[in-house]
Design a protein around this ligand. Sequence first.
Ligand SMILES: Nc1nc2c(c(=O)[nH]1)N[C@H]1C(S)=C(S)[C@@H](COP(=O)(O)O)O[C@H]1N2
Ligand SMILES: [Mo]
Length: 449
Amino acid sequence: MELPSDALGGQGRLRQAPESFLSHELVTAISSDGVNSERRGLLRGALAAALVATSARAIAGDGGDPDIVRLPEWSRSLGKPVASNPYGQPSIYEANIVRRQSPGLTQTDQASVAFTPLQNLFGSITPSGLHFERHHQGWVDIDPRRHRLMINGLVAQPLVFTLEDLLRMPSVSRMHFLECGANTAQEWGNSAVPTVQYSHGMLSGSEWTGVPLSLLLERAGYDRTAAYLLAEGADGSSMTRTISMESALEDALVAYGQNGEMLRPEQGYPLRLVVPGLQGVSWVKWLRRLEVGDKPYATKDEASHYVDLMPNGQLRQYAAIQEAKSVITAPSGGQKLLKHGYYCITGLAWSGRGAVRKVEISVDGGRNWREARLEGSPQSKMLTRFNFDWVWQGESALLQSRVHDSTGYIQPQRAQLVAARGTRSIYHNNAIQTWRVGETGEVDNVQVG
Ligand SMILES: Nc1nc2c(c(=O)[nH]1)N[C@H]1C(S)=C(S)[C@@H](COP(=O)(O)O)O[C@H]1N2
Ligand SMILES: [Mo]
């Protein structure tokens, strides 16, 4: 593709400035209204283009930028004292970049979800404070001294661990995505939710630290013929999930760490199960018990919830693996392209079966595909950031991304997925997402095929 000569400004990829850099008034307006804020959020790409166009702007005089000559007050005064913010917080100008409950879903206090603002994030790690939250009965902040983890069932020696015990054992740190099985659920129907935060924001990527579950099972002397585990949480929801012994032994962790510090309470402090590649509900938070067993447990959360209703009326149960999926996070629904010119189409790709191998982008609704650049070397069962250069000249466009994973699986078009699974599954929607860019630059969520 031919880029205008100044498209990359001689400085490689442009960092897209968050919208809140624009002006303080705008920030105030934004923070009071979620959806609106995203509409402004969409200024990012345009700002990037503007930066390119003005990269050779005169320093002063007519058409110059006064902000580079006038010394702002922060350059003429003392800064705030060291350690006046002992646990660091984002800039006040980023105050609108927060987890949000979807305006399209019933908002309840405890059995609810708050979505990650994917449209505002960079790279592949989700800041812990923006990690989506999904609780079946609210979150709890557990006193670690009173928390216990028991391993029982088909074991030679039932064991009880304190957090202290676990902290003294060999640990590992690994990067993995966590996606709720119900992420993108509303796209099964015709309801196109307005932004990527609400369509795909039950998704996060973190570095998790903990003890390999295989080591704990060894210590307890698990029965080698046992094929299942029951994981139980300590919150009031009695969250209980069957985990296959295969997943448990492969790469599961009993984690206490997230992105270099202890887990956040919303994410299961002090202990949570990390089962890479599996749907979020299997990642039991506030983990208190693991029972080794010889059959699936068919608990309430796996008999009535998290089953997919197939077109023939049958239920698909225990479909725990999150298949390969990708989404463009900018430009995305609710944003607006304010100027013609260069945009970096960017997004995330992941697979519950392995690493991302390739991501392709279409700007014409899936007729032509071109390969995107991947950031870093894709890790197994972790988010991979992709980028793609695009010049928009005011035409309407249908933006799509499609991932190929290391097993050779290719993310399906919506029509392919619907042909196999109907539209009543609720869970496990990994179809290609389409964002339509109108001639005015407005970006909307549309369903193609
Ligand atoms: N104990 C317990 N574990 C739980 C849940 C819960 O409500 N209670 N919610 C599950 C669901 S449905 C998901 S998608 C993930 C969400 O993890 P997060 O809140 O850290 O994003 O946790 C899972 N583990
Ligand atoms: Mo979930």
